[in-house]
Design a protein around this ligand. Structure first.
Ligand SMILES: [Zn+2]
Length: 94
């Protein structure tokens, strides 16, 4: 493999049977539902899509923060932090 990615291997898959979300078993993923499958070592962890979106948003924010630390400036100058903050806090469960 050329070059290592820090981002874990993941894909959207379709559940073949009902099971719980890895993050919270009360999040039921029923047969035929789309879910996020994260490949970790030889394990496959399945998350419901609402959890997946939260993880992705947090992961992207973290990657951008590290990139900003390297470059000393935000990657996207045109990004308006206040609008993205409002969006995040509006969706936050607590
Ligand atoms: Zn979930």
């Amino acid at each position: 493999m050329a070059g290592k990615s820090l981002v874990v291997s993941m894909e959207i898959t379709v559940a073949q049977r009902e099971h719980g979300c890895r993050f919270n078993d009360k999040h039921r993923i029923t047969k035929g539902m789309r879910r996020l499958t994260v490949k970790k070592d030889r394990d496959e962890l399945n998350y419901c899509l609402p959890c997946a979106q939260k993880f992705l948003a947090a992961g992207i924010a973290r990657l951008l923060a590290v990139q900003t630390e390297i470059t000393g400036q935000p990657a996207h100058q045109d990004t308006q932090p206040k609008s993205s903050n409002a969006e995040l806090s509006g969706r936050a469960p607590r």
